[in-house]
Design a protein around this ligand. Sequence first.
Ligand code: ZN
Length: 457
Amino acid sequence: MAEPRLTCAASTPPPVRPVLSEQPSRFMLLEREVERQYRPQMLETLQRKVNAAAEQTNAIAPVCPQCGQPMSYHDTRSVCWLACWGKVQALAARYRCRSCQQERRPLLDWLGVEPGRICGSLARLLALLAAVAPYELAARLAELLLGVRISAMGIWRAAQRLGEAAASYSDGLSRYHADSRGSGAPTEAAPSVVVLGVDGCSLGMQVRATRRRRRPNEALPPLPVIEEGHFREVKTGVLLLPSERVETSPGRRSVVRRFLVTCLGDADAIFASLYAQLRELGWVGAHTVVVIVGDGAEWIWNRASMFVRRCEILDFWHAVEHAWKFAQLRYGEGSAQADRWVHALAEDLRAGKVEQVVARLKRLRPATPELRESLQALIRYYSENAGRMRYDEYLRLGYGIGSGAVESAHKQMVHARFRQAGMRWSEAGARRLLALRLLLLNDNWALLDRLRMVSLA
Ligand SMILES: [Zn+2]
């Protein structure tokens, strides 16, 4: 059968097959040659330095971390681990405390490596790839960028071990700052105003098969059909200084710095993280006003009360959106009249005339029960939130009136990595990867250099 022809215009010459050059550029060949030549040499040099460290540390008996007594020499074994340029080997002495059953290998402690694992810079780089790309793709990137052949599972393991370290560290910070007995944080340079916002979405979680026990002579009932996995809420919080907002073009503002926090969990957890981050930054002093931008969800205002000096702002666009619902019902969907009505109302809201808007709404006499109900809901919403709708004032003070910065941060934090087609997460896996991604987006990746990889069973 003939191949289908897609184009066959007789008047034009047939397209010529694009040409590839015979080989990579000479320069690239030179680069690769040097790399091939020096990689083994770098590994050799590294190995020599490890051997020297072994000679120094193996002979020194460590003290037992439990009882403080010197530990006694047990044996010396050959161990190896994987680094950027290949496998590193070492003879590591093992010491034991007879009474506590504790065991130590001073060389490995000193180096901060775990036998049989990917260690050091390579582990950090693989975790970095996992923070930006799905594990399969990260494995391909590892080969292209680092010249390291590794399975998706290998990437996953490195990300889990470092992610656990990062997640424990940030959980520890939250607990530390939540406890009033902590020594606190520097507040001398605390800004007068900090803006805080929270956004969330749900994450598809893996459905865990539960094990069923069968009693003798009892048939198991059929398993229920699982239509959808369950979901967990993931939240992102943003902190920024309004004084650092710059106008990039007329009417368009962007922030120079912003700090994110994130968690797989409830409202209390995200506010504990926000508070810890504020304290870490030294951003909350006795006179700091905390501006909280919310979409109207009650849980945000409930938690916001933890800040004594605060200013609550209802996101302007959410406020306008509520008016749309009524306008479309009253004037018809997509009608020019609805459009005009909402725009006029939005302008009044922006000018801080929420009371006048509410008074005007109350004078309306809707014709149907459905309209009446919609109008009542709108009036109730604006009346309840009137104190959070002084938009003229917020604009004058430079606080901003929208939660756009929060929403975009949340998308970058979560959607870009966690919500791709078919992705399902385990609780631990999501928590660990969120912690890694947070370090990256907060420009704080170097912190990982100072965390020990967690050994996972
Ligand atoms: Zn001991």
